[in-house]
Every structure is written in C-alpha cells, then in structure tokens.
Design a protein around this ligand. Structure first.
Ligand code: UGA
Length: 304
C-alpha cells in the first residue's frame, strides 16, 4: 500500500515536470528568423543575390589591369608629340617613393609588339631591327632595296618573328601593326640627288601612306628626320624650337624640304587624326657619336 502511494506520488510529480511551458523568445532571435528561413529554404535566391552584389562591386571598383604599362617605346623626350586624347596614362603605383609603373613583374614575359620598319635593310634601319628583335618584338621590314641590302638583316631570316617585304612605300600598304618606324628614304647626297623627284615623292607620298596606315590601325608612328631640315642654319647649335633656314629651290631641297614636309604631315596627322607620333633627328644622336668615336680612334692611333 505504502509502495503504491509512493508510486502515485512519483507519477504526479513526473506529470508536473513534463508539462511544456515555452520560454518567451528572445527579441533578436525573432528578427533573425526570416533571414534564417531564407538561408535555409531559398539557397538559389541567395546565390543569385551574391552574384549580383559581386558584379556591382567589380563594376564600380577601378581595375588595376588598366594601368598603362609602356614597354620600351619611342623616346618620348623633346621632339615627341602625343595627342592628349590618345595619351591617357594612369599614374603608376608608387612603392616607397619609387615608381613601379611600366615595369613588368619578375617571371612575367613582356608581350612582344608587331612593328614595321620601313628602310629596315639600310644602315640605321638594320641596327634598329636587331634591337627590336632582341627585345622580343616581331618585325616586318619594308624596303625597296634602293640602297639597303638583304645581307644587313639576313641573320634574322630563320627567326619566326622576322619578315621582309620588298615594297616601295610610295605605294600604299596594309599591315596589322602596333608601331611604325618610318626610315625609308635615300639618305646620302649622292643618292637623294640621283632622282630628286623620287626622293621628294618618297618623303611626301611614302610618309603619307605610312601615316595613313598608322591612323587606320591605331599604331604609333616614328619618323626619322634629319638635321638637314635646318638647311643652312643661322643659329648654332640648333635647338628643337629653331625653324631653320632652308633654300626651297636648291638641289638639296628634295631631301631637306621632303623631310620638312614629312614632319609637317606627321604633326597634321597627330593634331587632326590623333595619331601618336614621334620625330627624331638622327644626326644629333648617332652621327655625332660616330664622329666622336672616329676622332677618338684617330687620336689613339696617332699615340700608338
Ligand atoms: O641620316 C639620316 O638622316 C637618315 O638615316 C637613315 O638612313 P641610313 O640608314 O643612313 O641610309 P641607308 O642605309 O641608305 O638606308 C635607307 C633605307 O631606305 C630604303 N629606301 C630608300 C628609298 C626608298 O624609296 N625606299 C626605301 O625603302 C633603302 O633601300 C635603305 O634600306 C634613315 O633611314 C633616313 O630616313 C634618314 O634620313
């Protein structure tokens, strides 16, 4: 009997303990409930929303990949003309005061450019071709071999990055290139006086054709000019801002005026068509060095 009583009592206390009385829910749990529901039940919706947010962020953030990293290019000093519209540079990143812009990170190969060199079989042109090939560019030489020689570039014949076209720049030419180095021209007085009409035609029509190509394919253009554009200068030494003193009807004018017109055309294509152009007078750079080394050679020979 006693045990029965004890048992009943236990039963009653159990019932009291089992009776469910839910705790009042915490207020922050209430606010999270719809989010938890969406995360659990609407996974596809979440993924789509994530993609949309990421797209918006990537579209708004400035991309580092747009930085203009210029590989070795035409010298941009002094007589370099660049169109403001086409010359957009992003400021290179500065690392502890040093610019890293334009440098290619270690381990990454610089992408070679496609370059056409007119007059590339000549003296200056062939050395330029050597330099361009050695830095990894693909070069197309365009030459009519008036004074140039195949032997000057023969050592590149087996190189897949080298091509050669026998062509007169007076005739139009269509090529897909990134840069144009326009050197084709009879250069020495004997050669340019040999056929003055052809000389001025090469300088004017040839330069027009190559500038037209640069405009069409968006290539950068370099014109090799000459110190002859100063004629019989009244100022020594000639600075870049000096306009010269040229005889327009003399026997040398086919070359002098031809190169002056070529420079005018280059500037007009730059201003009018946005072509990025450079002009370089070769005498001031190369021939002075050559003269200097010849003098040095003479002096050292005399001493020996
Ligand atoms: O000193 C300069 O100011 C000259 O320097 C170089 O001339 P350079 O290499 O010294 O002379 P060449 O060895 O005769 O080279 C000229 C090249 O142009 C070529 N050329 C000439 C004339 C022509 O109508 N088309 C053409 O392709 C010749 O065949 C030759 O390969 C540049 O090529 C000239 O543009 C520049 O006027």
């Amino acid at each position: 009997m006693a045990s029965e009583l004890i048992f009943r009592g236990q039963n009653e206390s159990h019932q009291a303990a089992d009776s469910y009385s839910p705790k009042p829910p915490k207020p922050w749990l209430l606010t999270l409930r719809p989010i938890r529901y969406i995360l659990r039940e609407q996974r596809l919706l979440c993924v789509l929303a994530g993609i949309a947010i990421a797209t918006v962020i990537f579209a708004l953030l400035p991309s580092g990949g747009h930085r203009h990293t210029e590989p070795i290019s035409f010298d941009s000093s002094s007589s370099a003309f660049t169109h403001p519209m086409r010359h957009k540079y992003y400021e290179p990143a500065m690392v502890s005061g040093r610019s890293t812009g334009g440098k290619i990170p270690l381990g990454l190969k610089r992408k070679g450019l496609r370059i056409v060199v007119t007059g590339g079989a000549g003296f200056v042109g062939s050395h330029l071709v050597d330099r361009l090939i050695s830095r990894g560019d693909s070069v197309i030489v365009v030459d009519n071999f008036f004074t140039g020689r195949k032997e000057n570039v023969m050592h590149h014949f087996k190189n897949p990055r080298f091509e050669m076209i026998r062509h007169d720049v007076v005739e139009p030419l269509l090529l897909e290139v990134d840069q144009i180095y326009h050197l084709a021209c009879p250069a020495s007085p004997v050669h340019y006086k040999h056929n003055p009409v052809k000389t001025i035609k090469t300088n004017v029509v040839g330069t027009l054709n190559m500038l037209g190509l640069a405009k069409r394919v968006g290539a950068r253009f370099l014109l090799t000019s000459t110190s002859e554009v100063y004629g019989d200068p009244l100022q020594h030494p000639q600075v870049e801002t000096y306009w010269g003193n040229v005889n327009p009807i003399g026997v040398r004018s086919c070359y002098d005026e031809g190169k002056r017109t070529a420079e005018t055309l280059a500037m007009d294509y730059h201003r009018g068509a946005g072509v990025e152009v450079r002009t370089r007078s070769l005498l001031s750079h190369f021939y002075i060095l050559l003269l200097f080394s010849l003098c040095l050679q003479k002096i050292t020979n005399k001493k020996n």
